[in-house]
Design a protein around this ligand. Structure first.
Ligand code: HEC
Length: 112
């Protein structure tokens, strides 16, 4: 019984450590690089976000219209309008390819 409790406690600690270490950097990246326009909550209701007309990532319809590859490309290479004007800059110098994937997953979590 005692051993079981110890093992359970060790497992919980490990799980928590894993959750914290993988969640912290992506939340930080979002806060540092993205929240200014897309909002801490993903709704894009910031001053810059409203001006640039960013999408509401809590909207299931918006989420359904976005493909993961497009999101990766948007974050890596930036977003441009039809005239080639930059709407969002490229983040490949700020975040690694792995971090881009984490950010995509992070955006997906805003839904619901
Ligand atoms: C200067 C404001 C600004 C910042 C900062 C910004 N974005 Fe954007 N983002 C935009 C605009 C504007 C668009 C194009 C309009 C839209 O799709 O909402 C866009 C589009 C996107 C898209 C494409 C959505 C689609 O339709 O496929 C993704 C994904 C995205 N941003 C993620 C991010 C991430 C992740 C960061 C941080 C690394 C970030 N953005 C930082 C303004 C910004």
């Amino acid at each position: 019984m005692k051993t079981t409790a110890k093992i359970t406690a060790a497992c919980v600690t490990l799980l928590l450590a894993a959750a914290i270490s993988s969640a912290a950097p992506v939340a930080e990246n979002w806060e540092n690089h993205c929240a200014k326009c897309h909002g801490a909550d993903g709704k894009g209701q910031t001053k810059a976000g409203k001006k640039l007309n960013v999408k509401d990532y809590t909207d299931a319809k918006v989420q359904a219209e976005m493909k993961d590859e497009e999101m990766v490309k948007a974050i890596t290479d930036g977003v441009f309008d039809k005239g080639g004007k930059e709407k969002m800059k490229s983040y490949k110098d700020e975040v690694s390819a792995a971090e881009v994937k984490e950010l995509v997953a992070y955006i997906r979590k805003f839904k619901g």
